[in-house]
Design a protein around this ligand. Sequence first.
Ligand code: DPM
Length: 355
Amino acid sequence: MSQEAHGQEGNGKVSRVIRIGTRKSQLARIQTDSVAEKLKKLYPDVLLEIVAMSTTGDKILDTALSKIGEKSLFTKELENALERNEVDLVVHSLKDLPTVLPLGFTIGAVLERECPFDAVVLHLKNTGKCLDTLPEKSIIGTSSLRRAAQLKKRFPHLEFKDIRGNLNTRLKKLDEKEDFSAIILAAAGLTRMGWENRISQVLNPDDCMYAVGQGALAVEVRVRDKDILEMVSVLHHPDTVLRCIAERAFLRHLASPWSPSFMGVLFQLYLTGAVYSLDGSDSLKETMQTSCLYNPCQVEEGVDEGAQRVGVTASNVPRASQDAAEKLGVDLAQLLLSKGAKEILTVARQLNDAR
Ligand code: DPM
């Protein structure tokens, strides 16, 4: 619990103040506010305070994300504040959280996943078109190696260039200049910003597989802070938890120390995972299934609350289902590795480093 973490209400009642850390971008604020609202409804007596801060990722705007290398770029400052008890929980996009968290932190809640797919936002002059009908050599903005690799293969008439900055900056770069014919962004982020009217095409996974954890929000907390861990655990959406454990286990087994940008997954009752070369010409894609049922009546009591799977603590989701989800991810990664995934990833890394 934070020092001085008690507020004095007008009626003399003392209640705990919970501080929520967030990045300063509009999307981060919207995401944090949505989680704060849910907590406020569940715990009306708790005082919530939102603490906004800049992160390294917000400051370095001129280098392609895939080149900076450090995955916790957007999370480190927030984790430092968590460590120093300056905040009690931090709201992130799950896909920005590495599959191995620094010691002492855990994902205490994975909220219901919104649309996980990627979306095309067109320059207004291209209204009515789609990726298929854009003219030859049209320039598409994305800094995601994952998106570029898959879309280059599927739409060879298009060219791909890096675009950086938060969503507001990117949309401005698209609209106010002639540099890009379209940009690719996560549908979930656009929808949270209230810009769903700018989505002209939602990409299905045959065209572009989404990233591990995309579309889900996560709440990161201190492992040792059992009160907060228990408090946020009611936000867990069991179906999303299991899908994301499978996806993250796949990524961790295949990729560490890899960044998620080369991989995408689609999990229904099955998990599809793939690896791509940078230009998409070389790829491996496999699907595996598991029976991983969630029966809310079967939640076990007395599960070890410290137990983490790929960074997630979910004592209110059956352990057997979590085991099955995790095993599915690992098995799928092993299958891809046995077919040569490591070679594709190694070449992709060397080429990206040399860019
Ligand atoms: C990660 C990637 C991107 C973000 C890489 C990827 C996109 C980077 C780019 C891991 N994090 O997806 O292949 O386009 O240059 C990010 C967004 C969201 C969370 C924005 C977006 C919102 C969606 C969500 C950036 N992180 O992907 O358009 O909450 O899942």
